[in-house]
Design a protein around this ligand. Sequence first.
Ligand code: ADP
Ligand code: MG
Length: 166
Amino acid sequence: MQGMNTAMIWQTESISSEDSQKLAQKMGELLKPPKVVELVGDLGAGKTTFARGLVKGLGSDSDVSSPSFSLSNIYRLSSGVEVHHFDFYRLEEPGVMRQQILEAIEDEKSFVIIEWADTVRNLLPKSTIKIELKPTIDNPDRRIITINYPEKFHNVIAQLEQSRLS
Ligand code: ADP
Ligand code: MG
């Protein structure tokens, strides 16, 4: 395996909803499909907010809302890219969604974003980028954002880090 999927970690801090979206947008601009991004965090942590920035960075002007009831939303970009946004909150048994998520993952032109992936985590590829958002007790608008990523994304993360400094 030669460390191909060695997990690396980068942690940053967001000071507002807009700040999280800005970070996510930059990430969306840097990542080309196919990719899988898992968003982790409690209710209200900012997963959908982050997804909104990602979708924008990928090149869509669509309004991104939580797919909590529909389980998945698809945004089709003019480039032919399809962004699949899944949200399996409180879904005990993925059922047909298992097939849908596999199809999305295998599709070369798709970018998969998933919230509450617990029941399908074993289906996610090793190249999944995992982003965790954690509120802090001192400030309701602050989030600690921890990004777990395979080594091959090191350059992308380095560029993200750079964008935070300027
Ligand atoms: P989730 O999808 O994790 O349940 P949402 O993104 O739907 O969370 O909601 C997060 C809420 O927290 C939004 O109302 C958002 O405006 C607010 N918020 C405040 N500060 C931040 C931040 N730094 N990053 C993301 N969201 C934030
Ligand atoms: Mg959500």
